[in-house]
Design a protein around this ligand. Structure first.
Ligand code: HEC
Length: 104
């Protein structure tokens, strides 16, 4: 019984503790698809969710604004984009958890 209780507590802590840290699939996707370029390329600088407010991120994606700087439409499926946008909005400058992902 005690073992069961401890197990439940442990699982709860695990879920509560881990999910905000990893921030879901969007964070991985952001690191892979966006930061890869934004950290490693000479052409540009690091991008972070806090760089924009949630509305600005939505507009940025909806209007395909990135293509004005660089055409990345080939690199992202609509699902990738959706996941990344969710992550950016969740951690935007006006969110509860503003985040700097690519600290450098
Ligand atoms: C192939 C390389 C590449 C990839 C991939 C890429 N970017 Fe960029 N990005 C650039 C370049 C080049 C610029 C223009 C130079 C600059 O402003 O830093 C830019 C500019 C930007 C800007 C600045 C626009 C502004 O408002 O001033 C933002 C924000 C941005 N990218 C976000 C992203 C996001 C989010 C992703 C992932 C969905 C992404 N980028 C993927 C190369 C890339």
């Amino acid at each position: 019984m005690l073992r069961y209780a401890l197990f439940t507590i442990w699982i709860t802590i695990f879920i509560l503790g881990v999910s905000p840290v990893y921030g879901g699939p969007g964070k991985e996707m952001f690191a892979q698809k966006c930061l890869n370029c934004h950290i490693n390329s000479e052409e540009t600088e690091v991008v972070n969710p806090v760089d924009k407010a949630s509305m600005q991120w939505r507009r940025f994606f909806k209007r395909h604004k990135h293509n004005r700087f660089k055409d990345i439409s080939e690199l992202l499926t609509p699902e990738d984009k959706q996941q990344i946008l969710e992550y950016l909005v969740d951690h935007a400058s006006d969110s509860d958890q503003p985040e700097i992902a690519g600290v450098r």
